[in-house]
Design a protein. Structure first.
Length: 160
């Protein structure tokens, strides 16, 4: 059954591009003792993700953090090299951490898989945004289709 509000985020290892290459990010440690906005999307460099989803969080990062959020992170089923390059392309800098779920461990454990194999994209993550407080999901905005509505930065700002 997919995760829902009140559930703990999956305990897995994600990756983030560091100065010396991919660095492991343990989700138990990443979410512990802080308030994090995590948004996920089907893939780096894809149209809606690049034109709207990531830019919305980059542009609204200061307002989101002003509401008591310690970190904003973007998760996609891409590797750390792609996420690092995409973060640079999007100007994520220190506003949005780009987390790689290359093997889909987080996505599968959350029950948020989206099979795009018919379009040559394999199994990806559904588009969503969540607020996580000390490892527990307090807000979950899951998109029904391919559009961007309730998982946008603006929707998360309203929810905060």
């Amino acid at each position: 059954m997919p995760l829902q509000v009140g559930d703990k985020v999956p305990s897995v290892t994600l990756y983030e591009m560091g100065n010396d290459g991919p660095a492991a990010v343990n989700t138990d440690e990443f979410f512990a003792g802080r308030k994090v906005v995590l948004f996920a999307l089907p893939g780096a460099f894809t149209p809606t993700c690049s034109a709207q989803h990531v830019p919305g969080f980059v542009n609204n990062a200061d307002e989101i953090k002003a509401k008591g959020v310690d970190a904003i992170a973007c998760l996609a089923t891409n590797d750390a090299f792609v996420m690092g390059a995409w973060g640079k392309d999007q100007g994520a800098g220190d506003k949005v951490q780009m987390l790689a779920d290359g093997s889909g461990d987080f996505t599968r454990a959350a029950g948020f898989e989206f099979d795009l194999s018919e379009r040559g994209l394999g199994v990806r993550s559904k588009r969503y945004a969540m607020v996580v407080e000390d490892g527990k999901i307090t807000t979950l905005n899951m998109e029904d289709g391919g559009g961007l509505t309730i998982s946008s930065a603006e929707s998360i700002l309203e929810a905060l």
